[in-house]
Design a protein around this ligand. Structure first.
Ligand SMILES: Nc1ncnc2c1ncn2[C@@H]1O[C@H](COP(=O)(O)OP(=O)(O)O)[C@@H](O)[C@H]1O
Ligand SMILES: [Mg+2]
Length: 120
């Protein structure tokens, strides 16, 4: 069974990337197959996994999202990088910020976060 764990917090510097990378590698060491997907335009996950210049990557989450939204085929391993610690990851970079702004301006959302309404 596939399980998705989202690590999200609006505030920066609270340990999201650190938790994601270490939890991912820990789960891989415990025998799980792990794919980390970075959805932060800063690209810090890619940096912490050894990619020094994420903004120079040719394929990131943006390209994959674009293809899915446009109903184009995505190869099973497209955009996925294997790391020697036994995990796979899809990086993101500054293009994600630009893309989300374009989508917002267009009135279409690439994805939408919904929060539970506050109880009165
Ligand atoms: N459990 C922790 N204890 C101490 N420092 C931590 C811990 N988790 C993360 N940090 C440090 O805090 C800083 C921000 O962490 P980071 O994972 O980049 O946050 P975020 O992804 O939320 O912006 C980094 O310098 C990281 O090394
Ligand atoms: Mg981060």
């Amino acid at each position: 069974m596939c399980r998705i764990i989202a690590i999200a917090n609006q505030k920066g510097g609270v340990g999201k990337t650190t938790t994601c990378v270490n939890l991912g590698i820990g789960l891989a060491r415990a025998g799980k197959k792990v794919l980390l997907v970075e959805a932060d335009a800063q690209g810090s996950m890619a940096v912490s996994l050894g990619i020094q210049e994420p903004d120079e990557l040719d394929v990131t989450l943006v390209n994959i999202m674009e293809k899915i939204i446009n109903d184009e085929d995505v190869e099973p391993r497209e955009g996925i990088i294997h790391h020697e610690e036994g995990i796979d990851f899809i990086p993101a970079n500054i293009e994600l910020a630009a893309y989300l702004m374009l989508e917002a301006a267009d009135g279409k959302a690439a994805f939408r976060l919904e929060f539970p309404k506050k109880k009165k």
